[in-house]
Design a protein around this ligand. Structure first.
Ligand code: SAH
Length: 221
């Protein structure tokens, strides 16, 4: 049971299995990612009145004008990230905490930043019941978490207008960053591999639609 006392029933498990089948059909191949989607109860991240939407392959409002990403998008970004157990992963845009739990379920040590205070407080109080290694921070994702760097992986789950230098600096050599890049309606999914101190390889992986990564100079991590 979670703080909002939702059980994880056979029906929920069945719906997750169907969602995993759908993600497979849509092209997700990484069995570790599919297994994490199968294991983490997405309905825990929904208010009880919206439970029936939890296992549709759709984004959904979570309050404060934000959304929990579509399961396909979560799976796609996670697959690109190539997460291995014990890796230190920084997520920008905690939102509901669902993506953070997927990463943690795969054995990553997750640090996650949220800039909206209300959302941060709500998710922070939910996360301990998930029993994962997740550290939530309230702050500005453009700055990252210099005190906890370097990271093996960095995942941005909001539309970034550009790639923040501070985040590249916090990525290990050989590390991977996944970021939806673009300011307007559509973003191009980018995968960056930091191959040396000064060199970054860039790949593009199709179009997606994210809520904007907001610039807020007033906040400090
Ligand atoms: N990963 C989330 C969904 C992310 S939605 C999930 O699994 O539910 C994008 C989130 O990024 C929102 O919660 C938004 O408030 C947050 N965000 C936007 N700009 C940000 C910034 N500059 N730093 C940190 N978080 C930011």
């Amino acid at each position: 049971m979670t703080p909002n006392q939702l059980p994880d029933t056979y029906r929920h498990k069945g719906l997750r299995r169907k969602l995993v089948d759908l993600l497979r059909i849509k092209g997700i191949r990484d069995e570790n990612v599919l297994q994490a989607i199968d294991k983490v109860p997405r309905h825990y991240f929904f208010d009880s009145s919206f439970l029936e939407f939890a296992y549709e392959d759709k984004a959904f409002p979570i309050g404060s004008g934000q959304t929990i990403s579509q399961p396909y998008t979560v799976a796609f970004q996670t697959e690109l990230l190539e997460v291995k157990p014990t890796m230190r992963v920084l997520e920008i845009g905690t939102g509901s905490g669902y993506q953070a739990c997927i990463l943690a379920n795969m054995g990553a040590k997750v640090y996650t930043i949220e800039r909206q205070k209300l959302l941060f407080e709500k998710t922070k109080s939910l996360l301990p019941s998930m029993n994962f290694r997740i550290r939530p921070f309230y702050g500005d994702g453009y700055k990252g978490l210099p005190a906890h760097a370097p990271f093996d992986r960095i995942l941005i789950t909001a539309a970034a207008p550009y790639i923040p230098d501070a985040l590249i600096a916090q990525l290990k050599i050989g590390g991977i960053m996944v970021v939806p890049l673009g300011e307007f309606d559509v973003q191009i999914m980018h995968r960056l591999i930091r191959v040396s101190e000064t060199e970054v390889l860039t790949e593009k992986h199709g179009s997606f639609r994210f809520v904007p990564m907001l610039i807020d100079r007033a906040k400090d991590v």
